[in-house]
Design a protein around this ligand. Structure first.
Ligand code: 763
Ligand code: MG
Length: 215
């Protein structure tokens, strides 16, 4: 049967990118998704905003919800200092298998822990299983209707502490209205909207950055 889109994205990386060169992996995926087939990577435009937030926060522990093919995982991991790591959660085992190979091709596997499963199942175990105290940065890019319940779950599990930065993709397209309403109206978050475009298109989309202010 036909290959999957993630498999074709991995092929493009293996054909066009240099092993151990994260930027060439990012460039290869962006070129493929702009000129061959659209795919739901955060993309180059929103990716630059992601880069600036990661650089500003310079996190030691990052949680990414939604790995897909590992594009944003590579964008984040390439900016992390030695000793820092990103835990990335992917629900779809086929996506996870591709992402592992993309992350390996970039040479960043030592900075990445890819976990397969559902956020609701895994978040309560993060402290115990990974020895995480709290996350410095959380990148939300999974099911849009899970952004709000998972943010509340992260709060309840003490994985969000004063200064933790939440960065949410797709707050306009496909949209996360209940999440936006929560972080923008809560006295415990300082929120900012970075206006941009849906990856590889002219449609509006953006990232919402929300800093937890503590209880
Ligand atoms: O749907 C999207 N992403 C989510 C994937 C599943 O994630 C499932 N998933 C991944 C970990 C994880 C952990 N627990 C539960 C579910 C979990 C998504 C969709 C679009 C999009 C925009 C316009 C369109 F016309 C069509 C699609 C763009 C994006 O940038 C996205 O990120
Ligand atoms: Mg997204």
């Amino acid at each position: 049967t036909r290959t999957s889109r993630p498999q074709r994205i991995l092929k493009a990386v293996q054909r066009k990118a240099t092993v151990g060169d994260p930027q060439s992996v990012i460039t290869a995926i962006d070129h493929f998704c702009r000129h061959r087939e659209w795919a739901m990577n955060v993309g180059d435009e929103k990716g630059s905003i992601l880069d600036s937030v990661v650089s500003e926060v310079s996190p030691v522990t990052v949680l990414e919800l939604g790995t897909y093919c590992g594009y944003s995982t590579v964008r984040i991991a390439r900016l992390l200092p030695p000793g820092a790591c990103v835990i990335t959660l992917e629900f779809n085992p086929d996506y996870a298998a591709i992402a592992r190979q993309v992350i390996k091709w970039s040479g960043l596997e030592d900075k990445v822990q890819l976990v397969e499963g559902a956020s609701g199942d895994w978040i309560p175990w993060m402290k115990e299983h990974f020895g995480v105290q709290a996350f410095d940065l959380v990148f939300l890019d999974h099911w849009k209707e899970r952004y709000l319940p998972d943010t509340k779950l992260l709060e309840e599990c003490g994985l969000i502490q004063k200064g933790t930065v939440l960065l949410a993709d797709n707050v306009i397209c496909p949209g996360t209205p209940d999440y936006l309403e929560y972080v923008r109206n809560s006295p415990r978050y300082n929120s900012h909207y970075y206006r941009s475009h849906l990856e590889y298109t002219k449609a509006e989309d953006g990232l919402e950055k929300s800093v937890f202010l503590g209880y």
